[in-house]
Design a protein around this ligand. Sequence first.
Ligand code: WTA
Length: 649
Amino acid sequence: MSQSIDHVLQEHRRFPPPREFQSCARLSTEEAYQRMYRESLDDPEGFWGRIARELPWMQPFERVLDWSGAPFAKWFVGGRINASAVCLDQHAYGRRADQRAIVWEGEPGDTRTLTYAELHLEVSRFANVLKRRGVQKGDRVAIYMPMIPEAAMAMLACARIGAAHSVVFGGFSATALKERILDGGCTAVITADGGWRRGQILPLKPQVDEALEGVLGVHTVLVVRRTANRVTWNAGRDVWYHELAAEASTECAPEPMDSEDLLFLLYTSGSTGKPKGIVHTTGGYLVGAYLSTQFVFDLRDGDLFWCTADVGWITGHSYVVYGPLANGATILMYEGAPTTPTPGRFWEIVERHRVTIFYTAPTAIRTFMRLGDEVPAKSDLSSLRLLGSVGEPINPEAWMWYHRHIGRQRCPIVDTWWQTETGSIAITPLPGVTVTQPGSATRPFFGIDAAVVDDQGRELPPDQGGYLVIRRPWPSMLRGIWGNPDRYREGYWGKYQTMYFAGDGARRDASGYFWVLGRVDDVLNVAGHRLSTMEVESSLVSHAAVAEAAVVGRPDDVQGQAIVAFVTVVKGVEPGEALKEALKEHVAHEIGKLARPAEIRFTDALPKTRSGKIMRRLLRDVAAGVETTGDTSTIEDYALLARLRGDEE
Ligand code: WTA
C-alpha cells in the first residue's frame, strides 16, 4: 500500500529578498547561510556550544549534549542559568537599561511602556511577592491572565525564583483550567480580575474560583487588578497583587537553575483525549528561542517586534517573551481583539507605534482578507520591514494578500513551521537570504535535520509527500510529557525510534524546500489517492468569492472518501447553488477532477481551536452525519457546531 501523499498544488511564484532589506540583513548571502547550516549539522556541539556561550551562564556547562538517555535529551549539561536573568539582568545593568522592553496597548486605548531597568525592577518585585506567599523553587504555578504586562512579568518572576509556570490561555473554560492545574500539580494561580475583549470585560476570576472547587493543593490565588470589576473573594487563599507589591522589595537575586531544570509546562491538546503537558527545560529552550529570534526576525537595534500571539500559546512564550527579551529587543503587546473598536485596529497600532516586525497567524490574515483591502489601506504601514506567519499552512492566496496589502511588496515574509514540542522555529526562510515561495516554509533552521520519509522511514525523493521528521535532537526540543514518559516515547518516537515525528505531512521539492501539507490525520483518501486537505482548501481560497475553506473526507462507497468543503464567502458575495457549481469546477480545473468536491456547504464561520486552527476532526463528524465523540473542550464557538449540523438552536 502506498503511504505517500500526492501533492497537487503547483506554485511557481518566487520572491527573492528585497535588495533594501538584504543590504543591512544579519545574514545576507547563500554562502553565509550554507556555512552556518553545515557547521550546525557537521559539528553540532561546537556550533551550539558557541551560541550558548553568548548567554550569561551562572556556571559554565561541561557538555553540550547528552543523548545517552534518548529520546530524553540533556543539553548544556552541568550549566547553571536563570531565564529571567538572561532576559532582564544582562540588559538592565548594561547599555539597554533605558531602552524600552515592553510597549503595551490595552484594548480601551490605554498604554504603558517599561524600560529594561523598570521591567527588571517589576519582575524582582513580583518574584518577592511570590516568595512571600510561599512559592518555592521547583513548584508549579498556573498563570491565567489577559495580555497585560503582568502576564509576562508573572512568567519571568516564576523563572526568577525557580518555579515553573504553566500558562493557560485566558479564553479557556474553568474545566480546562482545572484539568491543567491538577495535572501539573500547581500550588498557586496568578490571574486578574478581568481583561478587555471586544469592548467588554472578560472576567477571569469566576473561572478560577470554579476551577479550584474541591482542589486542595492550591494555597494562593494572586489577583492582578486590571478591569476593577467586582470579584468574589476567598479570604486566606486570594490576595491582591497590588497590595503585596506595595510592600515588596525590588531586589531579588535570580536562582541559579540547572540547565535541565523545568522552565515551564505548556498544555497542548492532543487530537483526542487528555491534553498533554509539554515539558520545556531551561538552558536548551533559551538557546533555541534566542538564536531563532535573532536570525529568523533579523533583529536590529531600534526594532519594534510585534508577535500577536497570546502568552497562552508557545508562540507567545518563545516570541513575545523569552526570545525577544533574551536578545534585548523591544516588544509590543496588545491586550484586545484585532477588530475592536474598528476593523483596522491592528494596522492603527502598527502606525501609532511604528512596528517594524509583525508576526501573526494565517487565521488572522484570512480574517483581514475577508474584511476588505480598504481596511489596511487606511494606515501608514511604512515602518514594517518584515512579516511572519505561524500556526498553520498559509494558503498561497493569503500569503499574496499579506505580501501586497500589509507588506506593500517591500517586506519579506517568513513562513515559520514549528510546534509547541519543538520550542522554537524549526523550518523557516531567513529573510535576508532565502528566496521565498507562497506556501513554503522553505528550509530547516540551524541544527534542524528535517526530512520527509515514507512509512518505513526511508527518505522520499523530491516532490513526494510523506511524513515530516527531525532526525536528531535540538536544544529547545521538548523533554517529555509531564507525568507520562511513555506517552512521550510512543507518541513522538514510536513510529521511527530514531527520528522525531509529530504528526505533520510534507513534501520537499527538488531545491530542498519543505511544503507542509498539514496534519497527517487530516489527509484525504479519494479513490486511492492521498490528498492534503490544505491543497484543496488553498485552491478554494484562490477563488475570489471565498474567504476561508475547510475540507474533509466523508465515507464514500465508491471512492473511499468523498470531499466535503465547508466554505465562508467574502463580504458582499451571495452564496447559492450557482456558486457551489462554480467552486467545484474551479477546484477540478486547478487541481484535477479527482479533487472535485462532492459537496460544498456554506457556513458563516468554521470551527476553530482557540489558537485559530481549523478543527477538521469535528467537521468530519458533521459531514458524515454522526455525533461528535471526541474532545470538544478547545473549540472556540460551541453554538457553531449546532449550526453546522443544522440543529435548532
Ligand atoms: C501547524 C505552533 C504549516 C503544524 C507554533 C504543527 C504549521 C502545528 C506552521 C503546531 C506553518 C505551525 N506551516 N503548518 N508555518 N506552523 N503549523 O503546537 O501542523 O500550536 O504541527 O505550535 O501547527 O501547532 P502548535
